[in-house]
Design a protein around this ligand. Sequence first.
Ligand SMILES: [Zn+2]
Length: 403
Amino acid sequence: MNISRIDAYIRREERLERLTRRDIEAMQLRKLNALLRREKERGGFYRELPEHLDALSELAELPFTTDEDLAQHAAGLLLCSQAEIRRVLSDATSGTTGAAKRVFYTEGDLENTVRLFVTGLGEFVYPGSVTMICMPFSGPHGLGELIAEAISRLGARPLKVGVGKSYGELREILERERPDSFVGMPAPLLALLRVCGRGSLRRALVSGDACPQSVTSACEELLQSRLFPHYGSREMALGGAICCPAHEGMHLREQHVIAEIVDERGRVLPWGETGELVITTIGMEAMPLIRYRTGDFTRILPAPCPCGSEVLRLDTLRRRAEPGDIFALDEALFALPSLVDFRAERGERGLRIEALFAGAPDTDALRERAAAACPGTEIGISARPVREDDRPLYPGKRRILLP
Ligand SMILES: [Zn+2]
């Protein structure tokens, strides 16, 4: 039987002959105990935790790590020296205290992320081909650069497009460079395909924002191939879980991350039930976290995957619903086949939607769908055909703008 790419990758890295659940969990327990022992020895942030667990199930008894901890105790959480840090990501908006949440990476952490990307992208990026990367390029070791490095290692050529280009510029890039694959966020991919037409790209990996079913279906119809979703977060050094050819969930890099799903009271849920994803990043060098609450909701799909792997799979992820959540509106509106993009803003007089269409705007259908998605809300719409100088209406994650 063929060995799946995710299995081959983990077996190679960990020098394992087989990769059954038992092998995976034994490896995770060994790494977790090494981390607990190191924390005790150095008097780190987790020094009060036991220094040894007899079973992986005992992890459920340890306390959670929160965004507040990341903001307040970054120095205590750091396991490496300042000299070993290659990159810091900080987020000034998180946490109630206003302190910035900071996550640090070493060279090894970033290398592990690139290797995961090589494994995931290797499913559909072929040697000699061209891949356009519509992710932020924020300097050395940024997300875009890590993806570009992975594409180069696969023998393909990365096109560093970034985010925020106009549709005219994107069309020109497609015509000049002829990329066949794409890496970027889901809604901008759909917009690009709806402006530039079916077959302008062949295969795509989407990440960085929630992906409603309507967006997935429309992208797959225009690409004439299945999407490869990816899940990552800063706490996992940007790379976390990758899609295999079965397209049923995303395999987690379990040699570096232990996943649990918990209910709202923090109790661990069995596989198959939906709750908040909690991660223990046993493989991170700079800043391993124990039971970090991600704020992302999903479930673990039962093993094994049709690809043969027993590596844990996460289902589609959703952020914790909070004011400004645009998911339901995206789901409803992007089902309209000519909608390129829209921006939504909540004001005193209800919801204002600014929409761009490929061709004549279908305002009535848009209003009807928005009303069904947001019952009891007054809806104002301005819609026009998309122009070549238009750009994606959201530079990053999508959300309803609040007053
Ligand atoms: Zn699989």
